[in-house]
Design a protein around this ligand. Structure first.
Ligand code: NA7
Length: 546
């Protein structure tokens, strides 16, 4: 047991006050448990608290990217745009926190530094940056899948004399970049969103591109009031249709249920033109085989590349913006004016395959060809996705083994993306091994929160002291997720789904493709009395039943 004096006892500690943490706290408090929430940020919001860069916007439609657990909440909230921008999502999360009185459970501006499993008492001892030591029976990590920022270790990185920003940790006080010479490194979803916005305000914008990306037009617009009314008239059915989709979203965007290779090329093209106009993920959902058949994917990729050539006026620049990996292999970006931005005279593209970065210097970025003088560098270089937020905390399970050690060589050994062998009573919301980033994550979060709450209810009802995923079940699960991923085009490129963006990270496919099948498995596991888990009966400790 940790030798620190315990400052507070709770049934559960929930780490994070984003979509996942807030609902978990709400659910457990509603079930009568004592709960302490810990949040590093000054307030609620999670991803939407930190990612406040210009242009930050959700790529799932607002009417879907919201909680479904409260009928009145979803009826009363009104979204103003098809895809909500970050300030509106943050307003929504604040509204939820107020409406359900969730802030009172939280300690803000506080990080969890470490957590240690105490075998004799079957409890977790949690150390926080505020100096407090908490003890709890259940530790629930709602730390987010895209929250541990990645700043690449470029030589001289810390010598730069100008402003340094990361899209995933954007300051609340908007930095003044007006008229400045600004670099953006990275062209994933965040880069694609921030680049057109920064081009508007900077004097000169230089985009450092390692991998050209596919971006399909979002076609954002004010919310269609007719569509909103239609959805709200049958919200439960709308949610259910989306839950039955493999990524748990977009049922109304699905133009066909056919394989693209089963229709003739003219018909295929007509569907893609329609999907392109519809915007967003309609393109990838247009046929059933785009992510599973390389020939189908090649044709879709060609169609998307043609659109880039049509949009970018300088053919050399267009050529450099053409992605070469299969479309959808890395997460597809939705754009608003991304490719058009490269037609501006004050925007320049530096393709790193032709002109690599050599070093960062006090005045700018030195490439193999030149010194690009700069006032600001914006890292849009993503995250140590899915595992980083967990392994950066000193979480110690049985035998004092840390999560970072447990996941070091083999990647994130887990069961259902919910639990880790050797870490009893620890749950991960949208953890690696669950559908998480391949879904509308709010739907995935709700399913996890409800499953975890039910599981905890079961443990309490049966007087169990702990639940722990078995080694065998976890290894079988990781193998199953990777077998399923092998049926897709996903393993064919270097994406953060595979950990490939972080040097040294084991190459394991982390998110499980296919939400409906995943839900069925979770339901079956629960119905079987938590098969694949080991439940320990409560032991008498020092005369006290825990
Ligand atoms: P992403 O999708 O991981 O994109 C990061 C970008 O940064 C991507 O273009 C990377 O190129 C690039 N990158 C990463 N490291 C480097 C180095 N060392 N040098 C140059 N370029 C680099 O993160 P985002 O924040 O855009 O999006 C994350 C998710 O958030 C998104 O999918 C949505 O779900 C929301 P690479 O492709 O790795 O070659």
């Amino acid at each position: 047991m940790d030798t620190h004096a315990i400052d507070a006892d709770a049934d559960a500690v929930v780490v994070g006050a984003g979509f996942g943490g807030l609902y978990m706290v709400h659910k457990l408090a509603g079930d009568g448990l004592s709960v302490i929430g810990i949040e590093a940020g000054r307030d609620v919001g999670g991803t939407w608290f930190w990612n406040r860069y210009p242009g930050a916007r959700c790529d799932v439609e607002s009417l879907e990217y919201s909680y479904s657990f409260d009928a009145q909440l979803q009826q009363e909230w009104h979204w103003t745009e098809r895809y909500a921008a970050q300030p509106e999502i943050l307003d929504y999360i604040n509204h939820v926190a107020d409406r359900f009185g969730l802030r009172r459970h939280y300690r803000f501006d506080t990080r969890v530094l470490g957590a240690t499993w105490d075998e004799p008492t079957s409890t977790w001892t949690v150390r926080t940056s505020g100096g407090a030591t908490l003890r709890c029976t259940y530790l629930i990590m709602a730390t987010g899948v895209l929250s541990a920022t990645n700043i690449p270790d470029i030589p001289g990185r810390d010598t730069f004399g100008g402003t340094v920003l990361h899209t995933g940790a954007w300051p609340e006080q908007e930095p003044d970049l007006a008229g400045k010479r600004v670099a953006v490194i990275g062209t994933g979803s965040s880069g694609v969103q921030v680049i057109p916005q920064l081009a508007e305000r900077a004097g000169e914008l230089v985009v450092f591109q390692r991998t050209a990306t596919y971006a399909v037009p979002a076609r954002n617009r004010p919310i269609d009031l007719g569509f909103e009314a239609e959805v709200k008239a049958g919200y439960d059915a709308f949610r259910e249709r989306n839950r039955q989709m493999w990524p748990a979203y977009g049922a109304h965007l699905q133009l066909t249920r056919e394989a693209s290779l089963a229709v003739d090329p003219a018909q295929r093209r007509a569907v893609w033109e329609q999907a392109w106009e519809l915007g967003g993920f309609a393109f990838m959902l247009s046929f059933t085989d785009l992510l599973t058949d390389m020939e189908a994917n090649d044709a879709a990729a060609d169609f998307a590349r043609e659109r880039i050539r049509e949009t970018v006026t300088d053919p050399d620049v267009a050529q450099r913006l053409l992605p070469r990996q299969p479309i959808g292999c890395k997460r597809l970006c939705l754009d608003t004016g991304y490719y058009e931005t490269f037609n501006r005279p004050d925007v320049r593209l530096v393709p790193l395959d032709e002109e690599p970065i050599v070093a960062i210097e006090p005045n700018g970025i030195r490439t193999a060809n030149e010194l690009v003088e700069l006032d600001a560098i914006v890292y849009a270089t993503g995250f140590d996705a899915m595992t980083g937020a967990l392994t950066r905390i000193d979480v110690r399970g049985r035998g004092g083994v840390t999560l970072a050690e447990r996941w070091g060589a083999d990647g994130p050994v887990n069961y259902l993306g919910l639990a880790v062998p050797g870490f009893p009573n620890l749950f991960t919301i949208t953890g690696p091994g669950s559908p998480s980033v391949l879904t509308n994550v709010v739907v995935a979060i709700e399913q996890h929160v409800e499953w975890i709450a039910r599981c905890i209810g079961h443990l309490r009802a049966h007087g169990a002291a702990s639940i722990e995923a078995s080694e065998a079940a976890a290894h079988a699960w990781v193998a199953r997720v990777n077998r399923i991923a092998d049926n897709f085009i996903f393993p064919s490129c270097n994406s953060w789904y595979l950990g490939a963006n972080i040097p040294g990270k084991p190459r394991v496919f982390m998110p499980m493709p296919g939400f409906p099948a995943y839900v069925k498995t979770c339901e079956r596991v629960a119905a079987e009395g938590y098969s694949g888990f080991e439940l320990a009966a409560a032991a008498s400790v020092g005369g006290v039943e825990r």
